[in-house]
Write a protein that binds this ligand. Sequence first.
Ligand SMILES: NC(=O)c1ccc[n+]([C@@H]2O[C@H](COP(=O)([O-])OP(=O)(O)OC[C@H]3O[C@@H](n4cnc5c(N)ncnc54)[C@H](O)[C@@H]3O)[C@@H](O)[C@H]2O)c1
Ligand SMILES: [Zn+2]
Length: 685
Amino acid sequence: MPFSKSPSARMLARADELRRRIEYHNYRYYVLDDPEISDAQYDRLMQSLRALEAEDPQLITPDSPTQRVGAHPVGQLAEVTHQVPMLSLDNAFTEEDVIAFDRRLRERLETSEEIEYAAEPKLDGLAVSFLYESGRLVQAATRGDGMRGEDVTHSVRTIKAVPIALRAGAPLRLEVRGEVFMPVQGFKDMNARALAQGEKIFVNPRNAAAGSIRQLDPQLAAARPLDVFFYGIGQSEGWTPPARHYELLQRLREFGLKISPLVKQVRGVQGVLAYYREMAALRSSLAYEIDGVVYKVDCYAQQRELGFVARAPRWAIAHKFPAHEENTVVRAVEFQVGRTGALTPVARLAPVFVGGVTVSNATLHNMDEVRRKDVRIGDTVVVRRAGDVIPEVVKVILERRPSTAQEVALPTICPVCGSDVERAEGEVIARCSGGLYCAAQRKEALRHFAARRALDIDGLGSKIIDQLIDTPLIDGAPVRSPADLFRLTAPQLASLERMGEKSAANLIAALERSKSTTLARFLYALGIRDVGEATAAALAEHFGSLEALQRASVEDIQEVPDVGPVVASHVHTFLQQMHNRAVIEALREQGVHWPVQTPRRPSAGEGALTGRSFVLTGTLTSMSRDQASARIVALGGKVSSSVSKKTSYVVAGAEPGSKLQKARELGVEVLDEAAFLALLGRVIG
Ligand SMILES: NC(=O)c1ccc[n+]([C@@H]2O[C@H](COP(=O)([O-])OP(=O)(O)OC[C@H]3O[C@@H](n4cnc5c(N)ncnc54)[C@H](O)[C@@H]3O)[C@@H](O)[C@H]2O)c1
Ligand SMILES: [Zn+2]
């Protein structure tokens, strides 16, 4: 055990360490607009430092972050000195903090009366000072370190809500202060565009607003959806300011300056706390983000009496809402299989308190999203939970990536049933192909199987299906697949809740009747992805028997009218799954049957493209690839997915892939869209 240092030396070192960390995060937040920790984490660092300094005031240094506002900017923007300092606000995180604040004020004012407050939403943007001379906007500046900020007149002039000229009656000289922010929808649109163009995206609207305003190029700020609410003044000349803050805001509105419509005059602790609850309830429905509410003593005479401390006025406090964003670590990424077989990556997180609840899972939506955000196991990420929305991983903090971080891999087999996972070309979602067998898809598969247009099992609704898959009925096991339905006996069914003997007997009879079906209904009932009734009917007509379809290759299946490569591959993969085959086999053993059909022959007029094979690449403007395939096949041609010497034509649409290259190498004839349409036209005409 090392010797414990003297307490003051230890506290000194700790205060030093906290200051260094806070300075670093101030720099990232105020100068780079790219924070590395969440606001809540930052607030905790500040609270720790405040607590230390309160314990031993000798620890306070003049340059401690508790004594100063923000950070001094080091950008290329010109510096502006604030005539009246732009301060920060003290924070309250609990009702107790607010009660203590109000008590302190009444003690200082030596009053037993309730204080009147102006209560305002606390916009989450950045503070800007706007100087109007003779009613015209002459300068706009950021807060910076409170004493000196940056000249941002060029970008502020592009904000439509900031008047270039005030209305008549405005004082000769007026410095107004307000919050510039980005509405949530504008922020999302902007990030979506940035993403599409491979540009940097912002974590939240606040950083986006700050980043936009501090751009050197006013064109950039002009393109960003910025807005403003004005909430106070700095220096002014040539008028008598009102006696109350609330009245001041009304005057500012008369001058043409935008004031939050949510500002209210309230009385005492009860008044402010009621306002807090009202705004907390409104929070998620507002078009912009608020991170709390601000209470300001309404009467300016009282404000003057109360004065300031180092970095904030004594007469105001920001009452913060629970944070919407927190940082935490991704411990693992697991895949959940939905009822339609879709695999969703889910991040397992070190539990974190955010948006008022403890969150330990967050959806990653799909693999494209995982790649785009580059989320790896072991990463520190920003997690967001706003309102009742599902928690989401917003971004990875790359600076915190450990060398052991692991990339996320899409499993090749379903984590629930072990069937192959398929992800069709161009599709975002990966799916389990074990539709008939997979426990995750069981309920949906049974519901679909029994539906009227499938096997039409009268009386087998969702409620009974729920019971069947939860109750061990058959040899101690619940129903696992459609084949199990036909093993059920009337007494077993009658033992289910709300199921009399009569209904049980009816259901057994319905099951019996459903055994006699058609191949088309049966294929539809299997619930193969993208195989609706029409496709099922086309498959049945084309192949005539289930055996023929089971033997068919992807190319063979593509010969069916209206079946393109994607659907063909779904059908093929589904029928190749061992577990699916076993269920189909069991269904037939249980007596499910259909009349044999004769396979379809091409009718007159068709067959004009017989013997010719096509490969499609790129995008056609007049039809989809599947439609093009269908047209070719309807005329007797074949469509395959890869180019070989035997290929008759490669049809190349816009932005063709490597297949075009291959065609040229092999000397295969290439048709552009016009030539392809001409060929179809010639053949038909
Ligand atoms: N994540 C990080 O690394 C990091 C770093 C530094 C700061 N921060 C965040 O910034 C906060 C500190 O920043 P701050 O000093 O700007 O304090 P603040 O944001 O807590 O409060 C002061 C600011 O509130 C704004 N405001 C919004 N509505 C207002 C209204 N109606 N009336 C008056 N002011 C209003 C003004 O811009 C004012 O300057 C921290 O609590 C933290 O959340 C985060
Ligand atoms: Zn599965």
